[in-house]
Design a protein around this ligand. Structure first.
Ligand code: HEC
Ligand code: HEC
Ligand code: HEC
Ligand code: HEC
Length: 459
């Protein structure tokens, strides 16, 4: 049902759990047989509270949204049905009960008896709702629902009753987020999928077994089983994939720089945090004449730590003047200065803010999209060093920019699809393991495909 309503070519389902989902930009038509086709945990038939009841506040729980006349079975949108059947968020709490989660908890907090990640606030912040244990919750609220309606749409205490009445108009102060706006939507994903303040997937958590967070809004949105009509999104945004990419890249870089600043400024935690570096710079097989040695830029010292630029690799194509180079330089030095790193991050945050303010609401037409693709291609050509992360980010940009019809000049999608296979192939060795390294990565093959993209853009 959902897959067919999405844009051809830029739709995907999370095929294998734990696989590098991002790069599986392949259409998979079948939505059946998903492991989370579960029965509701909370009762979806509890009606909204009666009008004479005392005022509500805080989180009310999924059950409060799902009365059949509202968003449950049989309602016009039946949002609950899609969420409970297809949405990975509906099982975000359940995974905490699995062996993998227990092992993570055991390694993080050893010797505390039976590991109970489902009681660890650190996990619940992201696997239920940010700050959930510190927020007022109604008796109907059930942690077991995982990332529920209010985790994205906002705690409903202040608007639950009113919004069901005819003539209700959404207001900023009600706390209901206007998720129709991509700029609002993207900010909702950030704390859980990139991290914020004390909500972090740091190297300790990763080394204990947690998947590395590697968010890219456009791809994740394309992957997300929508419980809203895709046609509405298309109406609002004729340039949906491309705009989601631009908005998502700006927000992702912002969130990542804020997180780095938090890490630099907070006295607690390891500094420098290892998750700020390229994972595969440390985690790889040693081999004579490796491509890594060839990638060390002229004049650079081989063997230095490499800054993790997953969230920044494509930004110079979008935000004029954006450059994490100086920050990367400081971070690569043996004992990076905290306040210098924070200052440099701050300077780039200002550039991002300018780029966001300058983003025109006018839909990006084909010419605009090809201009952006051309800039990505230039970035690729002038980049002193290739890494799997960079290549993947550039590919995701190219995929988003050529997703909508007209895709671009004739034949433009062939090299883009070639990049997709290439990035997937890199993982062949470690299939099914979210922590596998891209051992089969071939930087040269990517270079040839980007040359093809440049050639086609010139025609
Ligand atoms: C900053 C937010 C954040 C924190 C903190 C966090 N997680 Fe996660 N977790 C995520 C996200 C996001 C994913 C999905 C990653 C993806 O696929 O991109 C995930 C995935 C997982 C998975 C893999 C799920 C699967 O279906 O394969 C497990 C297991 C897990 N988390 C357990 C934990 C445990 C246990 C804790 C606490 C010790 C924890 N998480 C803390 C955000 C977080
Ligand atoms: C992971 C975040 C997320 C979760 C969880 C979530 N939503 Fe949504 N929801 C969205 C986004 C994004 C949209 C699209 C923007 C819009 O239409 O407001 C949306 C749209 C909607 C809409 C508007 C549909 C339309 O016809 O335009 C309704 C109603 C809705 N959600 C209800 C729910 C309910 C009920 C739940 C829980 C069962 C839920 N949502 C869970 C993100 C989420
Ligand atoms: C409250 C935290 C939270 C919020 C907010 C949130 N997510 Fe998630 N998301 C998670 C967790 C945790 C998982 C992993 C669930 C699992 O594997 O069981 C996840 C999984 C996903 C997946 C599946 C990933 C995979 O590997 O299969 C997609 C796609 C996704 N989220 C998209 C989004 C988008 C888009 C938004 C914003 C509109 C969003 N999420 C908002 C916590 C969150
Ligand atoms: C500066 C080097 C360095 C960087 C960068 C780094 N790690 Fe590690 N990592 C280590 C070391 C050292 C260990 C401990 C090795 C051991 O215990 O055998 C480790 C352990 C791990 C482990 C557990 C042991 C294993 O091999 O499974 C995982 C998983 C892991 N790192 C993943 C990552 C990911 C993902 C990233 C990027 C976000 C990353 N690391 C970045 C050095 C690094």
């Amino acid at each position: 049902m959902n897959a067919t309503t999405r844009t051809p070519g830029f739709r995907q389902r999370s095929v294998k759990r734990g696989a590098p989902l991002l790069i599986v930009l392949v259409a998979v038509a079948l939505l059946g047989g998903l492991p989370w086709l579960l029965k509701p945990k909370s009762d979806p038939t509890i009606p909204p509270t009666r009008p004479e009841a005392p005022p509500l506040s805080g989180l009310q729980g999924v059950a409060s949204c799902t009365a059949s006349a509202c968003h449950g079975v049989g309602s016009p949108g039946a949002e609950w049905v899609t969420w409970s059947r297809l949405d990975p968020h509906a099982r975000a709490y359940d995974v905490l009960l699995e062996k993998s989660a227990r092992q993570i908890e055991e390694k993080l907090n050893p010797g505390k008896g039976q590991p109970r990640p489902e009681q660890n606030e650190v996990c619940l912040n992201c696997h239920v709702a940010p700050g959930v244990m510190q927020t007022e919750r109604s008796p109907h609220f059930d942690l077991r629902d995982g990332v529920g309606c209010e985790s994205c749409h906002g705690p409903s205490g202040k608007w639950l009753r009113e919004h069901a009445r005819p003539g209700w108009v959404r207001s900023e102060s009600s706390g209901m987020k206007d998720m129709r706006d991509l700029r609002v939507r993207v900010e909702v994903c950030m704390p859980c999928h990139v991290g914020k303040g004390d909500m972090q997937v740091d190297h300790d958590l990763i080394a204990a077994g947690h998947p590395r967070l590697r968010f890219e809004f456009a791809a994740y949105l394309a992957n997300y089983p929508p419980h809203w009509p895709a046609s509405k999104d298309r109406q609002r945004y004729p340039d949906l994939e491309a705009r989601a990419w631009v908005v998502g890249e700006l927000a992702g870089a912002d969130a990542a720089l804020q997180l780095l600043t938090h890490r630099a400024k907070s006295g607690t935690g390891l500094w420098p945090e290892l998750a700020e570096y390229d994972c595969y710079a440390c985690h790889h097989d040693l081999a004579p004449r490796s491509w890594r040695q060839q990638q060390v830029p002229a004049g650079a010292t081989p063997g230095r730590l490499i800054f993790n630029d997953w969230y920044f690799a494509s930004l110079p194509a979008i935000a004029p003047g954006f450059d994490v180079g100086p920050l990367a330089e400081v971070m690569s030095s043996p004992n990076p200065d905290r306040s210098r790193a924070a200052d440099l991050a701050q300077a780039q945050l200002a550039r991002l803010a300018q780029a966001r303010a300058a983003l025109s609401p006018k839909p990006l037409d084909m010419a605009d999209r090809m201009t952006l693709l051309g800039r990505l291609a230039d970035l690729e050509r002038s980049s002193a060093r290739r890494t799997w992360d960079r290549d993947t980010q550039w590919y995701l940009g190219a995929a988003a920019l050529t997703a909508a019809s007209p895709h671009g000049p004739p034949g433009i999608r062939q090299p883009v699809q070639g990049l997709n296979s290439l990035m997937n192939q890199a993982f062949r060795a470690g299939k099914g393991d979210s922590l596998a390294s891209p051992r089969g990565y071939e930087p040269d093959a990517g270079q040839r495909l980007w040359q093809e993209i440049r050639d086609r853009l010139k025609k």
